[in-house]
Design a protein. Structure first.
Length: 572
């Protein structure tokens, strides 16, 4: 039976590979089947859809949606997606960098992807999102090296060549460097050349021979499923904080024992997550530091409270002397930044009132998502810059921010406040998209598009990405009206390569976009009568021919579209 199961898994994997290859080659016939299955909760389809968005196969390239679908697959228990989510979070693909959050997924991924060990090692090597630990970095790197990952082998070689650590071992470092080099990967060979030369100078000939022999005889370990690291379930009691605060340290420890609560940081941070002020107060009365750092989450209690919106616990911790500006991760995330980032406005305002520093570049950037000028005015009055770069400017985020579902939103009130206070309009993101282009793709675009146009935003964009073209494709009459009112060219002609045509355009519409068709012709083909009427009113040429000698009117006549014919002849 095991051999049958293995064969079925191999066949399934082959089918998935063939399907993916078809999408990569632009054969998109099965896309909607995949999308439907993904929306119905099929993990394999969700993971495949994530890959399509990541690479721009059959859909516009969109990292935020790639992360959204990978998360859905991973949260549903589809193991191949664990690694992808971890890498997205580590590298900041489709989101801000979140190395600490990635650890959970990368740990789960080690059961099937040995490369996960290298990423885990790098997190602790760099101190990204966690307290830097070369010991932990070495543990993860060595495990990946033993299982056969060349990058983990190279990192192990580098770590073991460092002076002054328990794991320092020049012979083993040389061995791992030779094994990694044997992979033939150019980046690894180049990176290790200096280390290998240095070790060969410092080692004796017997040591070199020993390492070379061990390297030639080395074989990777077989991967074993990682043991569960889920902590035990603890039901926390509800305690009266005022009564707890009257206890001495000895009495508090006695009370913990009576309740069966161990002096355990897991329990302590679980109480933070549940906003259980009484239990937190009992631990602090028993001697726990309000600034202790979780050994698994790598945050302080106040940081964790800010992340979870545990306002009661946060207020207590501040009163107990917790450092309101403490940061322990690579991104220097402070409690007030996390409160703003995760939508906990009241907690953020409390921390601001208590004197939290506001010098992190992400403060204004995240605050715009509350869409409240009053909050932005408070921050501005305290010296927070209007236009400071974070992963974009605050106005960039106000015009188009991505929610947990992958949908893009315009925060018009925030955008208006920022523009009124001097925010730059002519900025582009890392892919070259303007604010106007980004606003058009949100689920509530009209307000921000109107605001940007009224303040002089340019409609200039690469061919095939013009705001008016995108608006005609989407069928938005209101957007088309706004853009035409502010000078968009109604006679734009389209000559796109097949790969640049929006996937929604098929058949005659795709042909129009590839063969010199006008926007009016596209509106006719797509049967957007109201848009066609607007284009005609603003001067679109109904007799403009495409490269196939077709005009908007000739297409309407050949289709027998009496409504469109009347629109084009000015009879409606």
């Amino acid at each position: 039976m095991e051999s049958i199961t293995t064969s079925m898994e191999a066949i399934s994997a082959l089918q998935l590979l063939m399907e993916y290859q078809a999408f990569a080659e632009g054969r998109c016939e099965r896309y909607f089947d995949v999308e439907t299955a993904a929306k119905d909760g099929d993990g394999k389809s969700q993971h495949l859809l994530s890959d399509l968005y990541r690479n721009g196969y059959c859909v516009p390239q969109d990292n935020a949606r790639a992360l959204k679908w990978a998360r859905k697959a991973a949260n549903g228990g589809y193991a191949p997606a664990y690694f992808d989510v971890g890498v997205f979070l580590v590298q900041g693909i489709g989101t801000d960098k979140q190395p600490a959050a990635a650890i959970r997924w990368l740990e789960k991924a080690t059961a099937t992807r040995i490369e996960a060990y290298h990423y885990l090692a790098r997190i602790y090597w760099d101190g990204e999102g966690v307290i830097q630990s070369y010991q932990k970095a070495h543990e993860y790197a060595l495990r990946g090296a033993q299982l056969g990952d060349p990058l983990a082998q190279a990192l192990t070689a580098l770590l073991e060549a460092q002076d002054g650590f328990e794991f320092t071992n020049y012979v083993d470092s040389y061995k791992w460097a030779l094994i990694a080099k044997s992979s033939g990967q150019p980046n690894i060979v180049e990176a290790l050349s200096g280390i290998i030369a240095g070790l060969e100078e410092g080692l004796t000939q017997p040591q070199i021979t020993l390492a070379q022999t061990e390297a030639s005889e080395w074989e990777p370990l077989k991967i074993e499923p990682a043991a569960s690291t889920d902590p035990k379930v603890v039901d926390l009691p509800i305690l009266d904080p005022d009564t707890t605060l009257s206890l001495s340290r000895e009495q508090a420890n006695t009370r913990l024992a009576e309740l069966g609560l161990e002096r355990d940081r897991y329990v302590f941070f679980k109480a933070v997550e549940e906003d259980n002020v009484g239990v937190i107060a009992l631990y602090v009365q028993a001697g726990a530091s309000p600034d202790t750092v979780s050994p698994t989450l790598f945050v302080t209690p106040l940081l964790y409270a800010a992340l979870n919106g545990s306002e009661g616990v946060a207020r207590y911790l501040v009163s107990a002397g917790a450092d309101i500006n403490r940061s322990v991760n690579y991104g220097n995330d402070t409690p007030v930044l996390l409160a703003l980032s995760y939508g906990h406005r009241h907690l953020a305002e409390y921390l601001i009132a208590k004197g939290a520093k506001l010098d992190h570049p992400g403060i204004m950037y995240n605050a715009v998502e509350f869409n409240d000028p009053a909050l932005l005015a408070i921050l501005k009055s305290k010296g927070v810059p209007i236009d400071q770069e974070y992963v974009g400017t605050p106005l960039n985020n106000a015009v188009s921010s991505v929610d947990d579902k992958g949908d893009r939103h315009c925060h018009e009130k925030s955008a208006a406040f920022l523009i009124a206070n001097g925010a730059r309009l002519e900025i582009r993101d890392e892919w070259g998209a303007s604010l106007l282009q980004k606003a058009i793709t949100t689920i509530n675009p009209v307000g921000c598009v109107k605001l940007l146009l009224q303040n002089g935003a340019s409609q200039t964009a690469p061919h095939g990405q013009e705001p008016l073209f995108i608006s005609v494709v989407s069928g938005s009459t209101e957007l088309v009206r706004l853009l035409l009112e502010h000078g968009a060219d109604p006679n734009l002609q389209l000559e796109l390569n097949a790969g640049d045509v929006p996937m929604i355009l098929v058949g005659d519409a795709k042909s129009t976009a590839m063969n010199g068709g006008s926007l009016l012709q596209l509106a006719v083909v797509e049967q957007h009568a109201a848009i066609a009427r607007l284009l005609v009113q603003y001067g679109a040429d109904k007799d403009m021919e495409d490269n196939l000698d077709r005009t908007p009117l000739s297409i309407a006549e050949s289709n027998g579209d009496s409504l469109m014919i009347a629109v084009l002849k000015g009879e409606m």
